[in-house]
Write a protein that binds this ligand. Structure first.
Ligand SMILES: [Zn+2]
Length: 250
């Protein structure tokens, strides 16, 4: 099985294969334990970043996918959704140590409260040039549920509020173009994608457990949700762009 896995990886990273980026998605970090599927311990995150460094796969800013940068055949981008404060206390020191860039997708109303990031923390991270921020809608809605409880006209207005107000709020507080979006729960469809484009976004990110090819639809770019169990061959499969479930460990 190991030989097969090695051959599979060789095939997937061979120069003939089209360029892809594995975009990793994190949520919360915890110094001691991982109580839920969206929490990764600091120790596991450190091990994952060490593995990326050991393999020498470049970590590129998310924006490099769109700004004309010539990307290497295999690249990684790091993202963290929802603006939890543990991004500052646990993730950021490790990013700095490796000099790895990352993009944070944020819901503006929660920032500065409870367990969410404070603006001085966001500004401090931005000032390093490693971290950039982008909207994750205003209230992190489940768009399928919200659509079902509104008329089409009311949903259009609601969608505009979710997409435009979050963008304006982050532009006011943090500057920058704020033109990248992450879909809450990874939910998107052609109507939502058209609304994001109309609101001024240039790209939007979903989930999907696979790497992003160079020709991925701009408003439905896939990312990998990263788990506490993503170590060893499971994590290597992500780094080499193997779709989740395609290479089961023996
Ligand atoms: Zn989210």
């Amino acid at each position: 099985m190991r030989l097969i896995a090695a051959l599979l990886i060789l095939l997937l990273v061979s120069p003939a294969r089209a360029q892809t980026v594995s975009i990793l998605t994190y949520h919360r970090f915890n110094p001691d334990h991982a109580p839920g599927a969206t929490t990764v311990t600091t120790r596991t995150f450190a091990a994952q970043m060490n593995r990326i460094a050991a393999l020498g796969i470049p970590v590129v800013p998310l924006r490099a996918l769109f700004d004309g940068t010539t990307l290497p055949p295999r690249a990684i981008a790091l993202t963290a959704d929802d603006g939890h404060r543990s991004v500052f206390t646990e993730m950021f020191p490790i990013l700095k140590a490796h000099h790895f860039p990352a993009t944070l997708f944020l819901n503006p109303p929660g920032l500065g409260q409870g367990s969410y990031l404070r603006f001085p923390e966001l500004l401090e991270m931005q000032a390093t040039g490693l971290v950039d921020c982008a909207p994750h809608t205003t209230s992190h809605p489940h768009f399928t549920t919200e659509r079902a409880r509104r008329s089409p006209e009311a949903f259009t207005a609601y969608l505009r509020h979710e997409l435009e107000d979050s963008r304006a709020s982050l532009r006011n507080r943090l500057g920058g173009p704020q033109d990248l979006l992450a879909w809450p729960f990874g939910i998107h469809d052609p109507t939502l994608e058209a609304a994001a484009q109309a609101a001024g976004y240039t790209a939007a990110f979903a989930l999907g457990g696979r790497a992003a090819p160079a020709d991925a639809p701009k408003f439905a770019i896939p990312r990998y949700q990263i788990y506490e169990t993503d170590l060893g061959s499971r994590f290597d499969a992500v780094l080499f762009g193997i779709p989740r479930g395609a290479a089961k460990s023996p």
